[in-house]
Design a binder for this molecule. Structure first.
Ligand code: NAP
Length: 283
């Protein structure tokens, strides 16, 4: 029997709690509600969809969102100026710069301009460093969402061999630190890993974060493993081939409906926490 790691259902439960939390913030702060500001640079349709889904999630829990759209010709300075304005706007509690930005924009510089208190997507170097050291910080939303999904289903990662495939700064690397901080023994794989299949074969927990449809073959994955697929390609295709996994693995995320909803719910939860702290400071 495999557990279906139903991110959609877990995120919906969390949204109910967050709605109550937002209502309490509103009642206790003269009608002020948490606000997430999103910045979308360019016209990539998938990015536009993700930003719009995040705005809709804000509305579902009674929060507000501000959507800033910059043309694909926007420069690094244009993005930095937009971030500067949001950093100083006291009504804004969280800032999300949608990844990826066009190649000519220095994404790292822009991420690092976001004030730590408003870094609800966990993308700044400062926030990453704190998270890696096990200090309080908003973690990168997708790996935090994955950790929450595992915790919801009481999957203990301590002492387990975890293999993360992909080492991006927003997903694979923070995922590896979060699993290690939770006492898993982690192997972080990437495009230069010499024998990926062998690494995956000994994994008790496998996280696919490669960005290539069905790249990880299901027959590389051992019976009884916990399988988390962060990929979400058109047509509901993940990074891991799902053939035969349900039934022989301990737990499996569906695609879609696994990791994606948890990312959004984490972003919203972290914005609510940021608003909580901002209101406490103002009090
Ligand atoms: P990314 O920045 O493109 O990183 C991909 C990683 O995969 C890189 O570290 C790369 O290694 C590695 N890789 C590429 N080819 C490989 C190979 N042949 N063998 C082993 N590793 C290989 O991607 P990302 O932004 O982390 O996203 C990864 C996936 O997660 C995508 O499918 C994306 O759509 C999905 N995602 C989902 C959510 C969500 O909320 N559901 C959020 C973010 C991302 P190198 O470092 O060596 O180049």
């Amino acid at each position: 029997m495999s557990i279906l790691l139903d991110g959609k259902a877990v995120a919906a439960l969390r949204e109910r709690e967050l709605s109550e939390h937002v209502a309490a913030i509103k009642a206790g702060n003269g009608g002020q509600i948490p606000i997430l500001a999103t910045i979308l640079v360019g016209d990539d349709p998938s990015s536009a969809t993700y930003v719009s889904m995040k705005g809709s999630a804000c509305r579902r829990v009674g929060m507000d969102s501000i959507a800033i759209k910059l043309p694909s010709s926007a420069t690094t300075d244009d993005v930095l100026s937009a971030i500067d304005r949001l950093n100083t706007d006291q009504a804004v509690h969280g800032i999300l710069l949608q990844h990826p930005v066009p190649a000519h924009v220095n994404e790292r510089l822009c991420f690092d301009r976001i004030s730590l208190a408003k870094d609800v997507d966990g993308v700044t170097s400062h926030g990453f460093g704190l998270m890696a050291l096990g200090e309080p910080a908003f973690g990168s939303a997708t790996p935090v969402g994955i950790m929450r999904l595992l915790a919801h289903y009481k999957i203990d990662v301590s002492g387990k061999r975890a293999v993360v495939v992909g080492r991006s700064s927003i997903l694979g690397k923070p995922m590896a630190f979060m699993l290690s901080n939770a006492n898993a023994t982690v192997t972080l794989c990437h495009s230069k890993t010499s024998n990926l299949e062998a690494e995956i074969r000994h994994a008790e927990i496998i996280v696919g974060a490669v960005g290539k449809p069905h790249f990880i073959r299901s027959d590389w994955i051992s019976d009884g493993a916990v399988v988390v697929d962060a990929g979400n390609h058109p047509g509901g295709i993940g990074d891991i081939h799902p053939d035969g996994l349900m039934g022989r693995c301990a737990a499996v995320t569906p695609v879609p409906g696994g990791v994606g909803p948890m990312t959004i719910s984490t972003l919203i939860a972290q914005t609510v926490s940021a608003a909580d702290r901002a209101c406490a400071v103002i009090d």
